[in-house]
Ligand binder design. Sequence first.
Ligand code: TYM
Length: 336
Amino acid sequence: MTENQSPDKKKIILSGIQPTGVFTLGNYIGAVRNWGKLQDDYQCAYFIANAHAITVRQDATKLRQQTLQALALLLACGVDPQKSLVFIQSHVPAHFELSWVLSCFTQFGELSRMTQFKDKSAKNADNINAGLFTYPALMAADILLYHADLVPVGVDQKQHLELARNVASRFNGLYGDTFTIPDAYIPQVGAKIMSLSEPTKKMSKSDENQNGCIYILDDPDTLMRKFKRAVTDSDACVRYADGKDGINNLMTIYSIATGRTLEQIEAEFSGKGYGDFKLAVGESVVEMLREVRESYTRLIADKAYLEDVYKSGAEKARTISARTLSKVYRKVGFLQ
Ligand code: TYM
């Protein structure tokens, strides 16, 4: 994960997720589900972005619990700490240190254009703090410290990634080759899972209507109830088409859960009603998440193991990131 460190020259993958509650089906399909699959072909680093989480007010006790929960969820979703570097962001001070340097190479205008900043400031009008604004500089530091080639994320993170690329190129332009320029790695299907109750909006933990949001630890009855209530349209035909946001979203989810193509799904439900279709989608998701739920229950009960994972992850991450940071400090002229 340092330059040229890998003898087999595997490309480096890095991604993170905020510990702000149980992962949603959007987090799972758009990001985390894919992370485990990349571990054999790439050198992977995955982390819990707890420093990003405090850009919105959090309860301290709950944040601690949710951080451990997020770690257990990550492992339950297939990330293997024997294969990947797994750590918690706040355990690695270089993220904050590089973030400061990078924020001096990030323009006010660039940050002002971030749609997530605009959305989150509208939702948290009483707490539009500087961290919320400079969040993309911290995210750039997360990525650039590890020389990531690819960053597997859902489509909502694409703009932040473009900013990280711009900042890295700007820095390299001024000081010579320092950072690898990362590419977003966005899945072709499922990069933006929509709310089940308002299918023109992204599925999100902060959804006002909780029926629209599937959590990956929802029990089978809850999952089925939410899918049965999913908003569709009056066309009564299972086909993927413009303007059929609810059905398109359900077809995407079903396609991921069963491995079937959109054409196969259209054929399977030709002549059948939405009721049958929604039941089938619900059942496929229950099946897809069964193992995650079971592994999570095992993992969250084993606090000693989780502690081992994050402690050894922190140690490795500190070593790798300190090397990049020291190079950056030298380049910008900090006396060593
Ligand atoms: P976060 O915690 O909001 O989301 C984690 C991942 O889930 C994806 N995602 C979705 N994908 C498809 N459909 C949805 N409805 C959906 N909702 C969320 C997100 O795109 C993301 O990939 N800033 C990041 C965390 C982060 C990070 C990083 C990621 C911090 N530093 C460095 C990559 C690299 C975030 O808040 O993700």
